[in-house]
Ligand binder design. Structure first.
Ligand SMILES: NC(=O)c1ccc[n+]([C@@H]2O[C@H](COP(=O)([O-])OP(=O)(O)OC[C@H]3O[C@@H](n4cnc5c(N)ncnc54)[C@H](O)[C@@H]3O)[C@@H](O)[C@H]2O)c1
Length: 312
């Protein structure tokens, strides 16, 4: 199939593009290489077509016209909670108006299906764990709000314009190519600090938890969604809660030493816990996470050991 991956030069999108190529599909990556995102030209495989373009650009029409994608995997986004809080207007321009530009062109040029990168951030702070598809969505950041609005637009475009979709609400994705200098992505950030032999900052008491899902497992669910999960919205996680302290402990084991820790106050707006029940994705998409956290951390550490400049 011909598949357009928006945001395909970024952390998650590039793994998805690689997985589609490996499965024999034709891939076009469309990415603006936004300065505050994780997009890098070198993340894009040689075999993929690459278009350096903003999803808000009207010229995107030409790309749809020429490439004629059958599937659009929509991973381009303003993906930072912090930036969305500082600049909600920009967040909405990319995550809502940009999405609408993609959806309009998808309808116009006969795309069969959109696979949409949604987020656990659409839930906010739930009353009960684990979260599943029946958990009420009460997003607490502009980013969570625009990701949730995106899902509502998908429903509209399916009902009114016949454009099929699958929405994947990811937990905390980690793995090779994640930006170690970003403000989120604790595993990549900690690995960067370990390798540079710098202090590791742990906010609050470090007992706050997240559901860490390995990026290749996320790529797998994007393969499964090519022909399953019509009109579905799925929680994509491991159904496990792991604390920041536990991440530090596992990383120290893999690295063979303990980096110095500095403690910092709780960051405003940071949720205490997250855990995603993936039972519906298992049932309807035939997907479940395969990578144990320890193995994923080890693979990510090995990747960064080769990829990052060694200091000191
Ligand atoms: N990383 C996570 O844990 C996580 C969790 C839930 C959802 N998501 C979603 O998954 C997707 C990928 O996230 P990621 O972590 O790989 O981030 P990333 O920053 O590495 O990837 C996003 C990509 O989108 C591109 N982009 C940004 N603005 C654009 C624009 N206006 N036009 C075209 N391209 C643009 C960036 O250059 C980047 O390559 C995003 O939609 C994000 O919201 C990520």
């Amino acid at each position: 199939m011909r598949i357009m991956v928006t945001g395909g030069a970024g952390f998650i999108g590039s793994h998805i593009a690689d997985a589609y190529l490996a499965a024999g599909h034709e891939v076009l990556v469309l990415d603006a290489l936004w300065e505050h995102g994780g997009g890098r030209r070198q993340n894009v495989a040689q075999r993929a077509l690459f278009v350096h373009m903003d999803i808000r650009d009207e010229a995107i029409t030409r790309i749809f016209q020429e490439f004629k994608p059958e599937i659009v995997s929509h991973h381009a986004a303003q993906a930072s909670v912090a930036i969305s809080s500082r600049d909600p207007v920009y967040d909405a321009q990319v995550n809502v108006t940009g999405l609408l530009n993609v959806l309009e062109n998808s309808v116009r040029y006969g795309v069969k299906k959109i696979i949409y990168a949604s987020s656990g951030a659409t839930f906010g702070t739930p009353e009960r764990f684990p979260m599943n598809e029946r958990t009420p969505q009460r997003p607490e950041s502009p980013y969570g709000i625009t990701k949730m609005a995106g899902e509502q637009y998908l429903r509209f475009y399916q009902n009114e314009r016949g454009l099929d979709f699958t929405s994947l609400r990811y937990g905390n994705v980690y793995g090779p190519r994640q930006d170690p200098n970003g403000e989120a992505g604790v595993i990549a950030i900690f690995i960067g600090k370990f390798l540079a032999k710098e202090d590791v900052r742990i906010d609050s008491d470090g007992e706050q938890t997240r559901d860490y899902v390995y990026v290749r497992d996320v790529a797998d669910v994007n393969i499964a969604s090519l022909d399953r999960g019509s009109g579905g919205m799925y929680c994509i996680g491991t159904n496990m809660r792991t604390s920041v302290n536990e991440i530090y402990r596992q990383l120290a084991e893999v690295a063979g030493f303990e980096a110095p820790i500095v403690h910092a106050p709780k960051r405003p707006g940071d949720a205490r816990d997250a855990q995603f029940d993936y039972a519906l994705a298992k049932k309807e998409l035939g997907w479940e996470p395969r990578t144990q956290l320890r193995d994923g951390i080890r693979e990510t550490y090995e990747y960064f050991k080769d990829a990052l400049p060694v200091s000191r």
